[in-house]
Design a protein around this ligand. Sequence first.
Ligand SMILES: *[C@@H]1O[C@H](CO)[C@@H](O)[C@H](O)[C@H]1NC(C)=O
Ligand SMILES: *[C@@H]1O[C@H](CO)[C@@H](O)[C@H](O)[C@H]1NC(C)=O
Ligand SMILES: *[C@@H]1O[C@H](CO)[C@@H](O)[C@H](O)[C@H]1NC(C)=O
Ligand SMILES: *[C@@H]1O[C@H](CO)[C@@H](O)[C@H](O)[C@H]1NC(C)=O
Ligand SMILES: *[C@@H]1O[C@H](CO)[C@@H](O)[C@H](O)[C@H]1NC(C)=O
Ligand SMILES: *[C@@H]1O[C@H](CO)[C@@H](O)[C@H](O)[C@H]1NC(C)=O
Ligand SMILES: *[C@@H]1O[C@H](CO)[C@@H](O)[C@H](O)[C@H]1NC(C)=O
Ligand SMILES: *[C@@H]1O[C@H](CO)[C@@H](O)[C@H](O)[C@H]1NC(C)=O
Ligand SMILES: *[C@@H]1O[C@H](CO)[C@@H](O)[C@H](O)[C@H]1NC(C)=O
Ligand SMILES: *[C@@H]1O[C@H](CO)[C@@H](O)[C@H](O)[C@H]1NC(C)=O
Ligand SMILES: *[C@@H]1O[C@H](CO)[C@@H](O)[C@H](O)[C@H]1NC(C)=O
Length: 822
Amino acid sequence: MASSMLLFLLYSLILQSISVAAQTKSTIAIGDSHTAESNTSPWLLSPSGDFAFGFLPLNDTNLFLLSIWYAKISENTVVWYANGDSPAPKGSKVELNANDGLVLTSPNGVGLWNTTEVLNSGVSRGVFNDTGNFVLQDGNFNNIWETFKHPNDNLLPSQVIDKGGKLSSRLKESNFSKGRFELLLQDDGNLVMHSINLPSGYINKENYYESKTVGSDTSSAGTQLVFDRSGYLYVLGEENEKYNVSEQESGVSTIDFYLRATLNFDGTFTLFKHPKSSTESEGWTIVWTMPDNICTYNVELGSGVCGYNSFCKLGNDKRPTCQCPNRYLLVDPDDPFGSCKPDFIQGCAEDELSKNRNDLYVFDTLTQIDWPKADYVLQKPFTEEECKKSCMDDCFCSVAIFRLGDSCWKKKLPLSNGIYDAATLSDAKAFLKVRKDNTSYVFPPAPIIVNKTNNRGTLVLVVSVLFGSSAILNVVLSVAICVGTTIVFQYKKKLRRFSQSDTGVSTNLRCFTYEELEEATNGFDKELGRGAFGIVYEGVINNNTSSETRVAVKKLNSFLLDQAHKEFRNEVNVIGVTHHKNLVRLLGFCESGRERLLVYEYMSNGTLAHFLFNADDEKQKPSWKLRLEIAIGVARGLVYLHEECITRIIHCDIKPQNILLDDNFNARISDFGLAKLLNMNESKTNTGIRGTKGYVAVEWFKNMPITAMVDVYSYGVVLLEIISCRRCVQEMDQGEEEKAILTDWAYDCYRDGAVDALVEGDNEALDDKGKLEKLVMIAIWCVQEDPVLRPSMRNVIHMLEGTVEVQVPPYPSPVSIQYSLI
Ligand SMILES: *[C@@H]1O[C@H](CO)[C@@H](O)[C@H](O)[C@H]1NC(C)=O
Ligand SMILES: *[C@@H]1O[C@H](CO)[C@@H](O)[C@H](O)[C@H]1NC(C)=O
Ligand SMILES: *[C@@H]1O[C@H](CO)[C@@H](O)[C@H](O)[C@H]1NC(C)=O
Ligand SMILES: *[C@@H]1O[C@H](CO)[C@@H](O)[C@H](O)[C@H]1NC(C)=O
Ligand SMILES: *[C@@H]1O[C@H](CO)[C@@H](O)[C@H](O)[C@H]1NC(C)=O
Ligand SMILES: *[C@@H]1O[C@H](CO)[C@@H](O)[C@H](O)[C@H]1NC(C)=O
Ligand SMILES: *[C@@H]1O[C@H](CO)[C@@H](O)[C@H](O)[C@H]1NC(C)=O
Ligand SMILES: *[C@@H]1O[C@H](CO)[C@@H](O)[C@H](O)[C@H]1NC(C)=O
Ligand SMILES: *[C@@H]1O[C@H](CO)[C@@H](O)[C@H](O)[C@H]1NC(C)=O
Ligand SMILES: *[C@@H]1O[C@H](CO)[C@@H](O)[C@H](O)[C@H]1NC(C)=O
Ligand SMILES: *[C@@H]1O[C@H](CO)[C@@H](O)[C@H](O)[C@H]1NC(C)=O
């Protein structure tokens, strides 16, 4: 600011000294040149001294504009400029030469601008006319090039524009680059004003001014736009009719006043006057401005008068100002006519679906404002309340306009053609959806820590570090993360798509309403359990035939669903077509707003975890035979998922909590397909911790492909738990640390020929020692850290059923694949 003031003062001083000196010439000859320096006088002055031609320094820069300005008034009012798009660095030189006319070159010789049009016309001099016109003439005093024929954003008295000629606004008051508005005398004689889209210059087809001088029965078409010597501006018809551009009387004397007609950077076209007499100091004042209200200008494919998300307000001088709504900020703080951006995040991708939108957003209400043409839907008839609610519940909606008493237009960003108009928009209310707090949108969201659902088996990290590498692995792996996209075999995708889309919904899944499930669960009253995916409630549904069915309703953690909305139905259908006696059946689902619920068969005998670990009597372990049946059941369920159903499914989270027991104590796997449904892929690695401590295979941790073998690993761990009725990771008393990690302990016992220790006090199992040892060997095969060594689930079944011999298993974490974990 200070420096620009200084420049300004400096410049006024220079001007004064010049006008006093008044020796500068008004004609140049071939070879004359002028250099851009901070303290040089103009190159030329018109004979009367009214106009100056030369380099004008641009504020705050070392750049100069080759231009014409009023020499006798203090404001630097530029009426013509050569190099608005490429201002000249200090030291640049303009020279008149016979072949090319004026040539402007930078100090390092780069051509910045020239009068290309005169090429080889034999320029012999340049004459600066009192009208403010700089003319190149040939040897016969013919004008071969004039600044009046190459206007920028200004017309001076006696200047005309022919058909096809135009004015082009500058970008900002103080930036002379090509701006966003044009005034054009079309070939059909119509004088029009329109906006263009920078930088391509695409012309928006809508005009905000038209002289309509296109010729008719009673009048002829326009041929010229004339700013005559008396200061009248009109379109001259073919038969010399004068069609006034403005209906207002000008009546300004060109003797007493400087006049200029300027296409302002804001798009308005204004006739300005300035008293010539230096005693009057009122400066430039407006005689008239066209059009009457530029704020009403609407374009289909542009921002309108103001930038995007901004709105236009007309001043008393008919010139617009632009304003950002609350919580919107200028993209470029130095460009008040530019676009505004919200200082908060919104939109479907950003919405935190787990939260009620009313907790996140609030409406900022503006009146008498509209953004025409940003609508995507009209709701009518609608009340104001309905309008607001509809916008709040709609992640596309950024603004709702309520007008006409019953009409609700919903709009999305960016908003365009914004207008404030007290007269025509007196009934309009704009509800801008803004985020309540601007600190809460930390993205990506904080990680979800999967809490253990019980408190008996607290993980003891310190203890386990004392153990061998596999122990470290087991524990460190507990932070493993599920990479969901690879979970379902990709090559089956097509098949699934086919079977789903082309044959219609091939499942009998029932689509519930949220209200139905709310009622069925008595308002989500009785919780059966909760896990990473959500909370499970008990419910009863009426199934037409007056029979009631008990169900388990899983309310998915909507936070996890975030990206999975589109896939929801597909994935639910995938789950829905799986039918196996060792899987929990999906009966239905519900998609309502942000909520996604799954309705499963009710399993009366709880989880395998409860069955194995929560026996009332510590000594009285569940029946060995039953446990064997369960182990085989789980294996069968997994074989089905891995190999037999239409879409192969990797479970990703096999653990006793996810294995349920039905009335007959059949093992039933639950939660299969959810890893895919919740679409946990790499982008989520920081947010969705999947897999459960102690059950996860090394692949999760290493950057290895996720295959069905991850379930085999988890199955091996579960098998050991079934054998021993012990958690895979368990806090142990002093002196028993070696038993804390079940997989390690089991291998140690097996190696030492002491598998009995695993089933201490379990006489049933001890009596079946052959089988016991075989199961331990199978489990050790399953928990091999090298996935290649693990058997497939089908092989596991064969081994369990005895149709395949069980070989001696290797040590699960051999040195060869002891990964450097830290
Ligand atoms: C004049 O400008 C044109 C294009 O802008 C360029 O091709 C030409 O070389 C220039 N002439 C001189 C003498 O700089
Ligand atoms: C200025 O130019 C106009 C048009 O070329 C011409 O008629 C007029 O005589 C010139 N005025 C002066 C003072 O040279
Ligand atoms: C230059 O300075 C004047 C006076 O301070 C100011 O009005 C004008 O907007 C400035 N222009 C630029 C290029 O910053
Ligand atoms: C004028 O604006 C353009 C586009 O924003 C920019 O590239 C250029 O540097 C500006 N010119 C000056 C002199 O500030
Ligand atoms: C056009 O303007 C001139 C000068 O102000 C005036 O005499 C004339 O009546 C106007 N014509 C029309 C049609 O308004
Ligand atoms: C949050 O909003 C307040 C008030 O609108 C504002 O002062 C503050 O700068 C904003 N903070 C951030 C991080 O945008
Ligand atoms: C985990 O447990 C802690 C302590 O019980 C609780 O504060 C926290 O909310 C739980 N987190 C989740 C995601 O359930
Ligand atoms: C409805 O009842 C029938 C017979 O009781 C049962 O087979 C079916 O699974 C039930 N459907 C649902 C959605 O509960
Ligand atoms: C109830 O039974 C009727 C008649 O059998 C049938 O049309 C309807 O689809 C059934 N509704 C449900 C929810 O099963
Ligand atoms: C298992 O379910 C059956 C049938 O609902 C029930 O009779 C039995 O008591 C349940 N057993 C346990 C241990 O909950
Ligand atoms: C996540 O999964 C989606 C859907 O499969 C996919 O479009 C996207 O590219 C994945 N993102 C990453 C980072 O892998």
